[in-house]
Design a protein around this ligand. Structure first.
Ligand code: APR
Length: 335
């Protein structure tokens, strides 16, 4: 059990995170920070005063706290509109930023289209982490994932083993779910890896997909696998399109918790996650989704998996897409 964990952003993902952290007894103190609801300067003064007294973080935390007698969770919740509650956190999970939302015509933006707005939010988040918990291990969920993690790195320069983006665990879980359904087997039997950036270029690695240790190709025909891999690449958008009001929030929260638990319990667990590459896979200075070992030291090892030539070239295409978005980050940060 940690002494203190912090969740930044108390929206849809943040709420599930806090609820699960309490239910799983992962930390004695759970800090939750969110500046919402935002005061609208065009509102009449009395409305502005009323808004200032409200707090999404406090409301969510109280709701969760009032449920703790029913789940035997004794964690202490520390919610606030301000960042100072992050003081002394050992792990922080960053969900701050806007999610994708379906437009009235049913289309929806790419994760990359969130960049300019979420970059501003991330700058504030980075300052807060630097001020209140500079040694914390950071698990970041906000999108566009790879670019936001890169931004946190550029602004904070943390130890590279202490900054991890959550994407591969989620993308791999989606791939595992689709494979399990198609093969008619338990999700527990399916192992999978999805590498690269957390966008439409991500790479579901078929050569690493196993059902109870056997190659997935023994169970599912080529054309069906192709359809599953294509659905995996677009799985986030599928949920956005169905929900209408935002993006997936349960599976991303569970994925981040899979990573947090591997660190808290020093599991040495191999997961796909976004990490700084310094020569691995021929990439230098970018955050990309790769298999790595998670334990008490954060990222304890990056694994260079044997890929087929086709998988290698798809991974490089995905790296190029990440490079392009990070180039946009560099430009925006220098303005
Ligand atoms: N600091 C902290 N929190 C902030 C800030 C900030 N500067 N700006 C906004 N937030 C909060 C919002 O007030 C909101 O409550 O972040 C929360 C985000 O919650 P949601 O809008 O419900 O979004 P969610 O579905 O949780 O997704 C969060 O994760 O998967 C990604 O694309 C998704 O970038 C999005 C993020």
């Amino acid at each position: 059990m940690l002494s203190k964990i912090g969740v930044i952003g108390g929206g849809m993902i943040g709420g599930v995170l806090v609820q699960e952290i309490v239910r799983r007894n992962l930390a004695k103190v759970v800090a939750l920070t969110d500046p919402a609801p935002f005061v609208n300067p065009d509102d009449p003064p009395e409305k502005q005063e009323a808004t200032k007294k409200q707090s999404v973080a406090k409301g969510k935390a109280l709701d969760i706290a009032e449920g703790t007698p029913l789940i035997n969770g004794d964690s202490i919740l520390m919610p606030s509109r301000d960042y100072d509650v992050l003081d002394g956190c050992e792990i922080v999970i960053n969900t701050a930023g806007v999610p994708r939302k379906a437009r009235p015509d049913g289309t929806f933006p790419s994760r990359e289209e969130l960049l300019s707005i979420n970059l501003k939010v991330t700058s504030q988040v980075a300052d807060a982490i630097g001020k209140y918990c500079p040694e914390a291990t950071i698990i970041s969920i906000a999108n566009p994932l790879d670019a936001i993690v890169y931004t946190l790195f550029e602004k904070l320069k943390p130890k590279k083993n202490r900054l991890i983006g959550m994407a591969g665990v989620l993308d791999s879980a989606r791939y595992r779910y689709f494979v399990a359904k198609e093969a008619g087997v338990s999700v527990e039997n399916v192992e999978a890896l999805v590498l690269g950036g957390h966008g439409d270029t991500m790479v579901p690695v078929r050569s690493c997909c196993r059902i109870a240790g056997m190659p997935v190709t023994d169970f599912i025909a080529e054309d069906k696998l192709e359809a599953i891999e294509s659905r995996t690449r677009k799985a986030g958008g599928e949920v956005v399109g169905l929900l209408g009001f935002g993006s997936a929030f349960v599976s991303p929260a569970l994925s981040a918790l899979e990573m947090a638990e591997a660190i808290i319990y020093d599991k040495k667990k191999i997961v796909a996650a976004c990490a700084l590459l310094e020569g691995e896979y021929g990439v230098d200075g970018l955050f990309v989704g790769v298999p790595l070992v998670l334990g008490a030291g954060g990222i304890e090892k990056i694994i260079e998996v044997n890929l087929t030539d086709n998988e290698k070239s798809l991974l490089m295409k995905s790296v190029d897409a990440v490079k392009e978005t990070c180039g946009m980050v560099d430009k925006m940060l220098s303005q």
